[in-house]
Write a protein that binds this ligand. Structure first.
Ligand SMILES: Cc1cc2nc3c(=O)[nH]c(=O)nc-3n(C[C@H](O)[C@H](O)[C@H](O)COP(=O)(O)OP(=O)(O)OC[C@H]3O[C@@H](n4cnc5c(N)ncnc54)[C@H](O)[C@@H]3O)c2cc1C
Length: 501
């Protein structure tokens, strides 16, 4: 069987399906080729305000209104209650000492709660990927994408007229001819292996491993009076020296939980054994063990010996990898979705003649490397929660500044993900992260972080008086209007337009 298309997208997860839909909206014929079959388990679930904004920009620019309600919890619940998701009002962090029950003091030195949205209606979400990706693949077909699942590709031949991909589907030979190929198969994915590409290195990032599963019957993590949002309506991070555990609750009774740790800790806990490794981890985290006392895994544990990855080459004359195939750092800070969505937007711009592919490559690598520096520094400070907390403020400052700049239609202020292209914020962040990893003067580093944040801080962050609890306070944004070259009235108009107040 021979099939021809302008664009072949390999991988039918959310990234591939959205890319395929955008290409259709650009008037291209598209085939999407998936090895598996929906619905299927996929990891990478927690969205963020910036990711949701990038998602919204794509669906608006490429006329995909049928997807708009996935940008927010309230609209999602009204329009698609059948598609599982979780509510995410913020980022919750709890710092544990291995072997000890979690405890905190009056200053709340062992926790950090950063609200991302002021109320449930406009909250972010955790995407239950078996449902969500399935829906997107169906939507892609509705837009005219030719979809081939259960297809195992085995060859890639690039010629002057295009690329020929060949493989097998239900023991039949299939051949696809396309002008351009987009790889959306994830880290260490199909094109990376097929083209025999080499791995690059990710700055400051230690070698880490991951172990994760979906569970039922997960108990509740205790809350306290006056919290900025219900602590479990969030991406919950349990941080300890050498790693961290995530707990994400969906509205279908399923909880996603897993751990990312340095290779040394993974070996020490025998995580590669799956469930016995998970039990050994819980034994070191007694308060979390209590929450998981009645939990039962649904399906298999997945062990990933090496989480981080970066391909040295991510584009060619007739192909490109999505950011999610180009590299991956760590689930910490939920950076996978925003990077993937930025990449889809930029590749769409390449297809439409807006930017060239070399610029796509430069931006993708530069953002991946900046995420790597920040996450590498966070790993280096997991035993020192004050430094860890200060570093997270670099992330929260950069993303809230970028989000507001985009919403004010001033994308030129946003300077790449984590403000990595900003002439001051980008290099200063790199330098701070390097000094944390090299254990340079701790107090000086804390002061540098404080000073760097100030001119970009539009969300009342890094305020000791708040004792690590940061609700959304609209007045903080009004007070910071000048930092965005804006006025209080313009900010109010924007918030009303976006239905955020
Ligand atoms: C442990 C972990 C936790 C994460 N948590 C988060 C998070 O909370 N928030 C966040 O923003 N990001 C997170 N990420 C990153 C996130 O998973 C990715 O950004 C996201 O999955 C990218 O989606 P995608 O559809 O592009 O790729 P994927 O989800 O990787 O999907 C790839 C698709 O390609 C298919 N495929 C694979 N090989 C082939 C082949 N040879 N031929 C055809 N098809 C193939 C697969 O079956 C799959 O359907 C996490 C990643 C990991 C590893």
């Amino acid at each position: 069987m021979n099939h021809e298309a302008d664009i072949a997208v390999i991988g039918g997860g959310f990234g591939g399906a959205l890319m395929a839909m955008v290409a259709r909206r650009l008037g291209r014929s598209v085939v999407m080729i998936e090895r598996g079959r929906h619905p299927r388990f996929a990891i990478g679930e927690s969205s963020t305000p910036l990711a949701n904004l990038f998602f919204q920009q794509i669906v608006e620019e490429y006329r995909l209104p049928q997807l708009l309600s996935f940008r927010r919890w309230g609209e999602w619940q009204r329009d698609h209650p059948e598609i599982g998701c979780g509510i995410k009002r913020g980022f919750s962090f709890f710092h544990h000492r291995l072997g000890q029950v979690f405890s905190d003091d009056m200053q709340r030195r062992n926790q950090l709660l950063v609200a991302a949205s002021p109320r449930n209606e406009v909250a972010d979400t955790h995407w239950y990927r078996p449902d969500f990706d399935h829906h997107l693949a169906n939507e892609a077909q509705r837009l005219g994408v030719d979809y081939f699942d259960q297809t195992e590709l085995v060859s890639f031949d690039e010629g002057p007229a295009g690329v020929t991909l060949a493989g097998q589907r239900n023991s039949e030979l299939v051949r696809f001819r396309a002008g351009f190929v987009i790889d959306a198969t994830g880290p260490r994915g199909w094109l990376h292996r097929m083209l025999g590409l080499t791995q690059g290195s990710l700055p400051l990032m230690p070698k880490t491993s991951g172990l994760f599963a979906h569970f039922k019957n997960v108990g509740a993590w205790p809350s306290a009076d006056g919290v900025p949002y219900p602590v479990e309506d969030a991406a919950v991070h349990h941080v300890f020296d050498g790693g961290w555990v995530w707990v994400l609750k969906f509205n279908n009774g399923i909880t996603s939980a897993g751990v990312a740790v340095t290779r040394q800790r993974a070996d020490g806990m025998g995580l590669s054994e799956g469930q016995p490794g998970w039990q050994r981890l819980l034994a070191e985290l007694p308060s979390l063990a209590e929450q998981f006392a009645d939990a039962e895994p649904i399906g298999q544990f997945v062990f990933v010996p090496e989480l981080s990855f970066c391909s040295r080459q991510i584009t060619g004359a007739r192909w490109a990898m999505l950011p999610s195939s180009s590299g991956f750092v760590d689930p910490l800070l939920s950076t996978g979705f925003p990077l993937t969505l930025l990449g889809i937007h930029r590749l769409a711009s390449c297809l439409g003649g807006g930017i060239d592919i070399a610029e796509y490559e430069r931006q993708t690598i530069s953002e991946l490397e900046q995420v790597s520096r920040l996450v590498g520094a966070l790993y280096a400070s997991m035993g020192d929660f004050e430094v860890f907390t200060a570093l997270t403020q670099l992330y929260f400052t950069a993303v809230s500044f970028s989000e507001t700049a985009h919403r004010l239609n001033k994308p030129e202020l946003s300077g790449g993900f984590l403000l990595c292209d900003h002439p001051v914020f980008g290099p200063a962040t790199s330098e701070i992260c390097e000094s944390v990893v090299s254990l340079a003067n701790r107090n000086e580093t804390l002061m540098k972080i404080h000073n760097l944040i100030e001119p970009f801080n539009v969300a009342g962050l890094a305020d000791p008086a708040k004792r690590n609890w940061y609700p959304v306070v609209i007045d903080d944004l009004f007070a910071a209007a000048a930092k965005l070259g804006s006025s209080e009235d313009t900010i109010r108009e924007m918030l009303l337009r976006e239905k955020l107040i």
